[in-house]
Design a binder for this molecule. Structure first.
Ligand code: BGC
Length: 840
């Protein structure tokens, strides 16, 4: 029916009140149409501009609310999930509501060492799941390897290594009876330099996290289900959990961010990991735009299950569930380690009373069981079989280690070392006559003979006394992290900590090499003012920088270690500094001292720390790591992104505005025009590389001005994705199509074989930046290649459509902006010898 007709007719029927004014107005309009029409268009557009302004200024304060997105999209067996869904649906169809309710929450088991066990459905042969930490190896048990940490693998820039590491790690989880490995970590991404958990993820860039995280998912899931965490925008430990006082509760901090920042930064790596097939996602402790992440319908229903079409299940971080039916409706599928909200059959009752839709409960149970079948967990060992609840009591020893993992563990350890200074030919060492070694990190802990708490994540063990433990409980930084007691730092603290059967320290391996070379060794592992034997060819100072879950770091360098370096350097003109660092470590106190001749960031190498270090120090291999974060000249150079948001006004609702938008780490330095000490991507080798012959073949078409409507995701429908052929697991499949390639030639111009990490950065045209934050260059490719001296290697980077896209908040779609894309290839974000461009 044409609704406009009667109105038109009515107007035609003689003058209405005000009719004369109307006709004068019409006359005026006719005469001045060149002025009137543009004004009218502007008036019509005003609401839209207002909307845009709201979205843009969202990041700069005021009112942060997370939109609601209901109902929760149902999993339906997209892509290769169909068989698993069929099996799960057949089982769930016969389940009672009570049984369905039971599989959606953790149960206190106590018969094994799993950090969580979920409810079972014995009638159907479903035993529940053993969920266990974490992304750097099996935690808190015996008979397992200590892998290099996420940040160390990030520093390796080696996707194949990440995949193989995860394969070995996944097999260990499976041998221990774990079904869900609680990793890898791609959030926190590293928004703040002092973040306590930055070392668990791969680096402060979404592309790097996405590529290495996806490979980790694929490797792990050959044996177990990977639980990708922490979803989403979980960037600080301070105020991560609610704190109850006598009368009030201080809520978790709210990460306040706009839609573009969400897509281009925090959601970005999750999409790659979902596309890689991740079976589980852990929602985080923080609030996102005022709503807890585990009951945030926008992020779970809207982004994860809608836009990314995630088919697995969402598990809460431990005690991260803060509501009953709202969390279920928002998309939470499994509450761990148990639930006060669901454990009294509340979901069953809610369905019976109509307070909750039954399809949601069916979907929860189906997602969990489908994931169980999808990854062959119906053929797994009994839950937690290799992990006794108490390691200190006699138990059957399950050796989960595979001898075949050894070369890979060593390779991991080697490749995450980043050499940032090397003058006067300090490294590699060549049969030195005398070496002096200093620093508490050179040796393992003086005792590893537990009588209570076994592993480093225990506060007792790392030397945190009661006052500090109280600080931990109130989420404030620990003022005096336990640098000394750790000895050689091979992993950070908390649930991401792993528990190697042995640790090889730097001193162990240097000593073995000293025997081969007939080198005299002097050492002092305790003093900060040691004697330095004058005849030393080199002094090696080995220090560390600790970080842990639960607290953010009080600073980016510890004065005691800095003092040691300065003191040794004042007595030795060939002082080599090695830092085992669980995050960014500043070096301003001594880096310009000419007696400090070499500096290695040794990160967190896992159990083979010493063996790997010696191979690099002595030039058996050239260092091949690159920084996965930016090292500033001084702490203040990080600006607002130095430390966590504090709850300054002691409010009950702490806020953290992500006003920088997507510009964290190197993007922040570029946007603010601050020169770092060491740039993102930087790292030296024992050789030198020339770059040449850039070839850019990208044939992408701009979609920024397309008039066709944006892809319709399942937002607000239960199964809208099912009928959309363009959407598969991971979301819009065309985002992953190759839009072009960029190639370059590397020449090893030095005298030794070395691996170079060629990096591709894009400067995307600003057409579709919705935020007021500057658009900077971004990492969009990397490739690590071993090149023999005087030979060349051709590197080739595939650019996916995703890599060329910006998020358009109005159309709610990824668009390829139109304009000139600048292409940079080089050794770091700031050192790019080749540049070119393409136009869309
Ligand atoms: C951590 C998670 C971890 C879980 C289980 C939480 O405190 O945030 O990363 O997987 O505990 O240990």
């Amino acid at each position: 029916m044409d609704n406009t007709r009667p109105a038109t007719n009515a107007l035609e029927k003689g003058p209405a009140p005000g009719g004369l004014r109307q006709s004068k107005f019409a006359l005026f309009c006719k005469r001045h149409k060149f002025i009137v029409i543009p004004i009218a268009i502007m008036i019509l557009l005003l609401p839209l501009l207002g909307l845009l302004a709201l979205r843009t200024h969202h990041a700069h304060g005021m009112n942060y609310t997370s939109p609601v997105v209901y109902p929760s999209p149902q999993g339906y067996g997209a892509g290769n999930w169909s068989a698993a869904y069929e099996r799960a649906a057949a089982v769930v169809a016969n389940m009672s509501l009570e049984e369905m309710n039971n599989v959606t929450l953790g149960v206190i088991d106590g018969s094994n060492g799993c950090v969580g066990v979920s409810g079972s459905a014995p009638r159907y042969g479903y035993p529940g799941l053993c969920l266990h930490d974490a992304g750097n190896g099996v935690r808190n048990t015996d008979g397992v390897n200590g892998y290099a940490s996420g940040l160390h693998i990030g520093a390796s820039w080696n996707a194949t290594l990440a995949y193989e590491r995860a394969q070995f790690m996944g097999a260990e989880f499976r041998r221990k009876g774990v079904n869900v490995a609680l990793g890898p970590v791609v959030g926190p991404i590293g928004r703040i330099a002092e973040g306590g958990r930055n070392w668990e993820a791969f680096g402060a860039d979404p592309y790097l996290d996405g590529i290495l995280g996806a490979q980790s998912v694929i490797g792990l899931q050959e044996s177990v289900i990977a639980s990708v965490k922490h979803f989403v925008a979980y960037e600080q430990e301070t105020n991560r959990n609610p704190i109850s006082t006598n009368s009030d509760t201080i809520l978790s901090t709210s990460a306040n961010l706009d839609d573009q920042t969400m897509h281009e930064l925090y959601l970005w790596p999750f999409q790659d990991l979902i596309y890689a097939g991740a079976g589980c996602v852990m929602c985080s402790y923080n609030r996102v735009n005022s709503t807890y992440a585990c009951e945030n319908s926008k992020s779970i229903n809207g982004l994860l299950k809608g836009e990314l079409n995630f088919q697995g299940f969402v598990v809460s971080d431990w005690v991260g569930q803060h509501s009953g039916i709202p969390s279920a409706d928002a998309g939470l599928d499994l509450a761990m380690p148990t639930s006060t909200y669901w454990s009294e059959r509340q979901l069953e009752q809610a369905v019976n009373t109509g307070a909750m839709n039954m399809t949601r409960l069916v979907d929860m149970a189906t997602r969990i069981l489908a994931t169980f079948y999808q990854f062959g967990q119906d053929e797994a060992l009994p839950l937690g079989v290799g992990m006794p609840p108490n390691l200190l009591l006699p138990h059957n020893y399950t050796d989960a280690k595979d001898a075949a993992s050894r070369p890979n563990l060593l390779q991991q350890a080697i490749e995450g070392h980043v050499l940032v200074k090397n003058i006067n030919g300090a490294l590699p060492l060549s049969k030195p006559k005398v070496i002096s070694i200093f620093g508490n990190d050179a040796i393992v802990q003086t005792a590893f003979n537990p009588d209570g708490q076994l592993f480093p994540q225990s506060w007792d063990f790392v030397g945190l006394g009661l006052p500090q433990a109280m600080n931990i409980a109130s989420n404030t930084p620990v003022q005096d992290p336990p640098q000394v007691k750790n000895g050689t730092l091979v992993v950070g603290g908390g649930s991401g900590s792993n528990t190697p059967a042995y640790i090889n320290s730097p001193y162990d391996s240097i000593q073995a090499r000293a025997y081969d070379d007939d080198t005299a060794l002097f050492f002092d592992f305790t003093s900060t003012t040691p004697n330095v034997v004058a005849s030393s060819d080199a002094s090696i100072v080995i220090i560390n920088e600790y970080a842990s879950e639960v607290w953010d770091r009080p600073g980016l360098a510890d004065a005691r270690s800095d003092q040691l370096v300065t003191n040794v350097a004042s007595a030795c003109n060939n002082t080599i500094v090695v830092i085992h660092n669980a995050g960014i470590r500043l070096v301003d106190a001594w880096i310009e001292n000419p007696n400090v001749t070499a500096v290695l960031y040794a990160h967190l190498p896992g159990q083979d720390a010493g063996r790997a270090l010696v191979q690099i120090l002595y030039g058996d291999v050239s260092p091949s790591g690159r920084l996965p974060y930016t090292v500033a000249k001084q702490a203040s150079d990080y600006g607002d992104l130095l430390g966590p948001c504090q709850n300054a006004k002691n409010s009950l609702s702490p806020q953290c505005d992500f006003g920088e938008g997507p510009n964290v780490d190197y993007r922040s330095f570029l946007a603010r025009n601050v020169t770092p000490r060491f740039a993102f991507g930087e790292g030296l080798t024992y050789s030198s590389f020339d770059y040449s012959d850039l070839q850019v073949s990208v044939n992408a078409t701009a979609t920024a001005n397309d008039t066709i409507s944006a892809p319709v995701y399942a937002n607000g429908t239960m199964n809208g994705n099912r009928n959309n052929a363009n959407i598969g697991v991971g979301g819009l499949q065309s985002l992953f199509e190759i839009a072009g390639t960029v190639e370059a030639t590397l020449t090893n111009a030095g005298t030794v074989a070395a691996a170079e990490v060629a990096q591709l950065y894009l400067q995307i045209p600003t057409t579709y930046s919705n935020s007021s934050n500057k658009v900077t260059r971004v990492l969009r490719g990397f490739q690590k290649v071993m090149v023999q001296p005087n030979t060349t290697a051709r590197v080739s980077f595939n650019l996916r459509t995703k890599d060329l896209s910006s998020w358009d908040v109005v159309r709610q779609a990824w668009v390829v902006p139109s304009g000139e894309f600048e292409v940079f290839i080089g050794k770091s974000v700031l050192n790019t010898p080749l540049s070119g461009s393409f136009v869309t």
